[in-house]
Design a protein around this ligand. Sequence first.
Ligand code: ADP
Ligand code: MG
Length: 625
Amino acid sequence: MNGKLNVQTENIFPVIKKFLYSDHEIFLRELVSNAIDATQKLKALSSRGEFSGEMGDVTVEVKVDKSKKTLTVSDRGVGMTADEIEKYINQIAFSGAEDFLEKYKDIQENLIGHFGLGFYSAFMVADKVEIITKSYKDAPAMHWTCDGSPDYDMKECDKKERGTDIVLHIAEDCTEFLEEYRVLELLRKYCRFMPVAIHCGEESVWEDSETECDKDGKPKRVEKKQPRIINNTEPAWKKTPSTLTDEDYKKFYHELYPMNFEDPLFQIHLNVDYPFNLTGILYFPKVRKTIDPNRNKIQLYCNQVFVTDSVEGVVPEYLMLLHGVLDSPDIPLNVSRSYLQSDSNVKKISSHISKKVADKLEEMYKNGREDFEKKWDDIKIFVEYGMLTDEKFCDRAMKFALFKNSEGKYFNIDDYKEKVNALQTDKDKNLCILYATDADEQHAYIAKARTKGYDVLVMDSPLTPHFVNLLERKIENCRFVRVDSDTVEKLIPHEDTIPSKLSKEEQDKLKPIIEAEVDKQKFTVVMDSMESDEEPMLITQNEFMRRYKEMSAMGGGMGFYGEMPESYNLVVNTNHPLIGQILNETDNEKQKQLIHQLTDLALLSNGLLKGEALTNFIKRSVEMI
Ligand code: ADP
Ligand code: MG
C-alpha cells in the first residue's frame, strides 16, 4: 500500500531543513524520546495488567552503520499497528508543525529550535526514513518508508520482536551523524538522564583475568568489551529528598559538572506538584569576588529529556548564578524564548523558586547560625544580588542578611543597628554605618575610626555600591559612609563646631528657595555652617558621587541598573554673607539671579559647568557687572 501524507507537505520539508538547520541535532532527542515513551507506555500497560507478555530487556539501542549510511533507533516498547501508523504518523504527526510554522511565519529567525516536530524532525538529517514496527497487540508487523516527498509506502513485513526500529538514511550533507563520537555527544547532551537505559556502541572495562596470571601470581588485568549505557535512569532530582545524603547530592553535582572540581556549598531540592509540576536540585556554588560570566549552568529538562541550558525567565536573574537542574512538564519548552518569558506558568515557577531559596536561607540562618556565618562570604553575593533585583526576596532577606565587621564578627541588620546606635548617630539623628570595601587598602582609616570607638563593616562584594544604596532606602534614618570618605572627625558629625549665623528657622526658609532653582534630580541641597570666608556654595561628591560613579561604571558589565544619574551635594555655607543676602533679598528676580550665580560658581570650580549653562553664566555675569 502507498499513499500521500495527509498534510501540505510539499512546502514543509524544505522549511524544516532550512529553518531548523542550526539546531537539527535535536532529531536524535525526538527519536530517542519517542522510543522511551513507547517503552514507558508498555510498562504502564503491564503494571495495569493490560499487557501480560514478557517485558524482556527493554534497553533502547542507537546504532550507526557507516557502510549502509544508516542510523537506527530501536526500542522494545508498544510498537504500532498499521492503523496506528496511519493515525499517528501519516495523518496527524504534522498538524502541530503546520500550525507552528503558520503562526511564526514572520519571526522565524528568532526561533529557537526547540519545538516538537517530533518524528518528522528525522527528515532534517535523512533523505529516507523507515519505520519497522511490531505492536504488542496481535497484529502484523509493518514496514513504512518515506523519502521526504509527500508519498509514502507501507507494507507488512516479518519483524518478529515487539517494538520499533526507526532507520534513518543519513543525507549527504549530514554525515557527521554517522560518526559514533558525534552520536555519543548528542546522546550525552540530550539523553543523559532519560528514564530507560540507552545503549550505544561498546566500551572497554579492565578486570582480573580468570585464567591468566602475571609473574607475581596475581590475576592479569584484561580488557573486556561491554555494551555502553549512556544514561543514568534515576537521577537524584527524581528521588525523594529524605532518601538522599549530602554525599549523594555532591556526587550528583559532580556527575552534572565533571569539570567542576569544587564541591557546592549546599543545595535546594525542589519537589512541587501543585499548582504546577516541578522537580529539580539547585546548587549554590562558591562565588567570591567575580561573577561567573558563563552563567548558563542550570539545565532545563522536560520529563528527564534535556531541553536547554539557557534558563532566562525561568529562574529569577539573581539565581542564574546557581547550578543544577530543573525538570518540569509544565514549562512550554517548544516555543521561542520571548514566549517563555511572558508565560504565566513560567512566572509562577520563577517566583516559586525565589520563595524556596528564601525559605532555605532563612531556615539555615535560624537553625544553624554558626554554619550560616561560615558560608556567608560565599553566598552573600546571591543574597545581595537577589535583594537588589527582587523586592519580595529583599524583604525576606532583611531578616537573615549578615554584616561582617573588621574583626570578622557577623551581625544581622537589627542587631548591628543596636550595637552602633550609641556612638554612631550623628547630630541629625542619622545612624552612620561605616564601611570599608577593602580591609587592607583602607586599613589606616579603619584603625583611626576604631580608636574613636566606631565599628567598621567590611563590604567587599562587587555589588557593594548598589547594595548600600538599597540599604539606605530600606533602613530608616541611616546612611552608609565609607571610612576613607572624610577625615575621621567629619565621618560622623556630632555637633556643629562652628555656630551658624542663620537660625534653624531661617535655614528652613532658605533651603526650599534654593532647591526651587536647582535640578533636584542631580543636586541635594545641604546646609552647613562653615567659616564665613569659605565659599558660599560648594559641590561635594564624596560618598554618593563616588558610589554612583562606581555603579554606572559597573552597569555595563553587570546588565542591571543601567545608567545611573549623576548626583551631587550642593553645600550651602550658612555663615557666608552672600547667603544671608539671598534670604533677605525681596526682589524675586534678583534673588533667583544670585542663587544661579552662586551655584554656577560652585559648579565652575569643580569643572562641571559646560555648554549652554556656561554661556548663560557668562552673559549673566556681564549683566551683573
Ligand atoms: P509526540 O511524541 O509528541 O506524540 P511524535 O511526532 O514524536 O509526536 O510522534 C507521533 C506519534 O507516533 C507518537 O505519539 C506515537 O504514538 C507514535 N510513535 C512515534 N515513535 C514511536 C515508537 N518508537 N514506538 C511507538 N510509537 C511511536
Ligand atoms: Mg515525540
